[in-house]
Design a protein around this ligand. Structure first.
Ligand code: IPM
Ligand code: MG
Length: 373
């Protein structure tokens, strides 16, 4: 029996509309094959919203997202050096819309998988030994606390400006994201025989109080998950380990700012940020799904952006918000087949002399995936 769902769509800025169109193409194909109905509603956020309404996040967008089963997003923001959006005060800029929607929807857990596809080994910037081993990790970034949401101010003290940002976490904020990380580790292990699930918690407990609390709460939560190994690692060491031996990681959980930085690092060792999906989840099933990459204004409108991260984000949407795991598997499998059949956008094409490789554009890649479902 087919099911019906409401999906709010934030195409956003830069390459956003192009890559979202391909994810919708794939979702429409899923609907056709599996007999579901997806109702898409376009809503405004970021620069596109500023241009039309003067606000980076209109109330109508918040209401629409809250009334939907899931939110599919492209990317927001422009070039800070040339875009007029960056002449506005910080709380009126495109990024403010993104931070606020995370808070409004309570999206405290941000999942950013980083996986090296065997076909893209040559795009991995690491030494052959690391690339040969492969890796498949997921970063769970706390998304509604920490430095991003603590009190901040700039004031005049003794004749000079002093700026303060605060890194605050309560035990309950740490606990809920820790629980998500352990649950995800368990669920991932269930799909792979003989694998012991592992959570690596990243902090700076040798310096920060918030990290010492983080570590303590993680230890307490781990008592409920005797089947999952817990390791602690300092954030600077993690930055190093990610390029030295990424295969050691399974689920990595960390605070907002560390997660922002480490997830960019993890994404780049897969060869291209254009491959990486992300899911931001709250306590209910509502989630926001977006590629990990940004709006790439330099290539916007050229039809060359890699839509796979957005398509894989749509797969996460099917799995986590709509409960359609078979359909999610089908999308991920179609992406794997598309790569195995030699389709590449420019960012993952390598030297592309190989005859088995077909270099294609944004829409061509979307078509290739849709056809394989
Ligand atoms: C991300 C982005 C955002 C963040 C920016 C655009 C505010 O870098 O989603 O990782 O820092 O969270
Ligand atoms: Mg970031």
């Amino acid at each position: 029996m087919g099911k019906e769902f409401k999906i709010a769509v934030i195409s956003g800025d830069g390459i956003g509309p192009e890559i979202v169109a391909e994810a919708k193409k794939v979702l429409n194909r899923v609907a056709e094959v599996y007999g579901h109905t997806f109702h898409f509603t376009d809503v405004l956020m970021g620069g596109a919203a500023i241009d039309k309404t003067g606000e980076p996040l209109p109330q109508e967008t918040i209401d629409n997202c809250k009334a939907s089963d899931a939110v599919l997003m492209g990317s927001i923001g422009g070039d800070p050096n040339t875009s007029p959006w960056y002449k506005l005060s910080p709380e009126k800029r495109p990024e403010a819309g993104l931070l606020r929607i995370r808070k409004e929807l309570g999206l405290f857990a941000n999942l950013r998988p980083a996986l090296l596809y065997p076909e893209l080994k040559s795009a991995c910037p690491l030494k052959e030994t690391a690339a040969e081993k492969g890796f498949d990790l997921v970063m769970v970034r706390e998304l509604t606390g920490g430095l991003y949401f603590g009190a901040r101010r700039t004031e005049e003290v003794n004749g000079e400006r002093v700026a303060t940002d605060t890194l605050v976490y309560s035990e309950s904020e740490i606990r809920r994201v820790a629980v998500k990380a352990f649950e995800i580790a368990r669920a991932r292990a269930a799909t792979k025989a003989g694998v012991t699930p592992k959570v690596t918690s990243i902090d700076k407990a040798n310096v920060l109080d918030s990290s010492r609390l983080w570590r303590d709460v993680l230890n307490k939560v781990s008592a409920d998950y005797p089947d999952v190994t817990l390791e602690h690692m300092l954030v600077d060491n993690c930055a190093m380990q990610l390029v030295l031996n990424p295969a050691q990681f399974d689920v990595v959980v960390t605070e907002n700012m560390f997660g922002d930085i480490l997830s960019d690092e993890a994404s780049m060792i897969t060869g291209s940020i254009g491959m990486l999906p992300s899911a931001s989840l709250n306590e209910s099933s509502l989630g926001l799904y977006e590629p990990s990459g940004g709006s790439a204004p330099d290539i916007a409108g050229k039809g060359i952006a890699n839509p796979l991260a957005t398509i894989l984000s749509a797969a996460m949407l099917l799995r986590y918000s709509l409960g359609l795991s078979k359909e999610a598997d089908a999308v991920e499998e179609a992406v794997r087949k598309t790569l195995a059949d030699g389709f590449r956008t420019k960012d993952i094409a390598g030297d592309a002399n190989d005859e088995a490789i077909t270099v294609t554009g944004t829409a061509g890649m979307g078509d290739a995936v849709a056809e394989r479902i």
